[in-house]
Write a protein that binds this ligand. Structure first.
Ligand code: OGA
Ligand code: MN
Length: 297
């Protein structure tokens, strides 16, 4: 019987990030004790994978709300339910997107390493992605890397140099690299740039991590080019191949990740088969806490 402490099993998927959770049925209400184990595993492993979860939007919202309140979807074209972001490679009539269709821009933005909602004044805690239509032949992996491990493996001198730096995150910037996606300008303007420290403390584990993202436009007080080079260097550092967990999707997988300390990207955009995933986004708990000087070094 699923959803008991006895049925629950949590097994690491990779030496640095990710665990597979078995013995739970997320379409059902979870008890406090089982949910507490899942939350603890989430804080420990940063990415959790649940297989065979044939969940609907309402059930997904219900599970997601156990963590915290949900963010509303930023763009009207992606939301039927205000809390569920529908991401797919099809147009409104259900046909595969052509190479020049505007909606394709969202897929391209997701194919750069990023962390979700880093461009908001309070960045997201978690994203919960449900595989509603997964291609059976074409791969469509999502890749994950830990910014905590990235930070921990930096030489002390480099960590010291990063202390006190502040990044400017801006969705208009990352979207603008590819086009406007058909998003009305007023909606893009409703997401002005946000500033966050480049180092942060995880509010639940107390561990320090980098906080970099493809949404970073510049670093405060640095020439734009230099700031972007620094961000690219740090992202490349966190995402060295042996540090990356690549999730190979199966139909009805549900994958959740910790936006406070991980990077992710869509590794490929399927061209011939439909892929549709639904995302709920759990709000962060407040502004980001920077490490004190003792924990930084
Ligand atoms: C997202 C995202 C990647 C993917 O939903 O935030 O980046 O593989 N998705 O769909
Ligand atoms: Mn994303």
């Amino acid at each position: 019987m699923p959803n008991t402490i006895a049925s629950l099993s949590i097994k690491p998927l990779h030496p640095h990030i990710g665990a597979l959770v078995n013995g739970v049925d997320l379409t059902q209400q979870l008890s406090e004790v089982v949910f507490a184990q899942i939350r603890a595993a989430f804080n420990q492993f940063s990415v959790l994978v649940f297989r065979n979860q044939a969940i609907n939007d309402e059930q997904q919202v219900g599970f997601s709300r156990r963590f915290n309140a949900l963010e509303e979807v930023s763009f009207s074209i992606a939301a039927q339910n205000p809390y569920v972001y529908h991401l797919s490679n099809v147009d409104d009539r259900g046909h595969l997107l052509g190479p020049n269709e505007k909606k394709r821009v969202f897929l391209k933005v997701n194919s750069r390493w990023h962390t979700d909602s880093s461009f908001k004044p309070i960045p997201a805690m978690a994203s919960i992605l449900s595989g509603r239509k997964i291609p059976s032949h074409e791969p469509a992996n999502t890749e994950f890397a830990s910014m905590r491990v990235g930070y921990a493996s930096l030489p002390p001198e480099r960590r010291k140099m990063l202390r006190g730096l502040v990044a400017i995150h801006h969705y208009g910037y990352s979207l603008g690299l590819f086009g406007d996606g058909g998003v009305p300008l007023a909606e893009i303007d409703s997401l002005p740039p946000s500033q966050h420290p480049l180092l942060r403390v995880h509010p639940e584990t107390g561990e320090t991590s980098l906080f970099v993202s493809g949404h970073i436009e510049s670093i405060v007080g640095m020439p734009v080019k230099e700031g972007r080079e620094l961000v690219n260097e740090l992202i490349a550092w966190c995402t060295r191949q042996e540090y990356v967990y690549s999730h190979s999707w199966e139909q009805d997988d549900l994958v959740m990740w910790d936006n406070r300390c991980t990077l992710h990207r869509a590794a490929v955009i399927p061209e011939r088969e439909i892929r549709r995933v639904h995302r709920t986004t759990v709000m962060g708990e407040g502004s980001i806490e920077e490490p004190s000087s003792e924990t930084t070094l």
